[in-house]
Design a protein around this ligand. Sequence first.
Ligand SMILES: NC(=O)c1ccc[n+]([C@@H]2O[C@H](COP(=O)([O-])OP(=O)(O)OC[C@H]3O[C@@H](n4cnc5c(N)ncnc54)[C@H](OP(=O)(O)O)[C@@H]3O)[C@@H](O)[C@H]2O)c1
Length: 280
Amino acid sequence: MRRRLLRRHASSRLSSAHEGIVAAVVSAILGDFLSNLQSKTTADVVARVLEELDENERRRTTNGRPFVTLAWAQSLDGSIALEPGQRFALSGSESLALTHALRASHDAILVGIDTLLADDPELGVRHWSGRWPEPVVLDSRLRTPPTARLLTASVPRSVRIVCTAAADEALGPPLMARGAQILRLNAWPNGWVDLDALVHALAEMGVKRLMVEGGAKVLTSFLRAELGDYAVVTVAPRLLGGLSAVGPLQEGRLPRFASTSSHQLADDFILSGALRWGSS
Ligand SMILES: NC(=O)c1ccc[n+]([C@@H]2O[C@H](COP(=O)([O-])OP(=O)(O)OC[C@H]3O[C@@H](n4cnc5c(N)ncnc54)[C@H](OP(=O)(O)O)[C@@H]3O)[C@@H](O)[C@H]2O)c1
């Protein structure tokens, strides 16, 4: 009797262990399936955005300057950070992969000095496989610290720091010792780097595609100067009430997306399209 009870107990333990193993296998297969599906969706969206970018570049005349893509992540209310000088991670991992794929398809990637000081970005392609673009920093007064991550990243590449006559000459050598190239260009009346001079200097250095990632002052300057051929905006479903991606523009010359594609990557929406300026 006792032996029969023991056997029954053992077989019920065996069957619950068996159910546990089946559940673990099913959940592993389901997990793999979902993550494969997620990576397939990301890969499909990346392929479509990159195709659209190529198509736009083929159709656009840029008169000797690089093709310029503006790309940023914002909240639903148009904020790119809670406040200036503060880093705020807005995009999910899937849209981050898209940003890195976009970086890999550009020759150079540009940020303003205040973004460098706030985020200390590496400006690499860690979430996608591809070539690391060459960083360009708009930094009129050479405030870039020689310890900045983009100067110490393990991948060798040219880093260009663009200043104006306002920069103290003594600040150049420590940056050059870290491999940076200093470009001294004309300034706008407000002291910032003249963007027209910049894009032509970059073209002479072989940059055919330039990606501009921000921050807000830099994006606004490019939009005000009508220097943008294509834009990719990641919209995260949250509200920040923070630093607006785009500041005041010129009335009568407002940019719009001439054609808009939209994609969803996890919770984020990706809006991309060719930029055009006009009065309406
Ligand atoms: N969500 C996103 O996608 C994203 C992306 C990037 C940054 N961000 C956030 O944006 C914030 C920084 O943005 P920000 O607007 O304060 O600064 P920013 O645009 O990164 O840098 C602006 C600075 O760049 C220099 N500059 C030189 N030439 C310029 C020109 N022609 N036009 C504009 N700037 C020029 C100026 O400093 P000098 O006078 O010293 O040269 C200017 O103050 C940070 O909080 C960062 O985390 C968010």
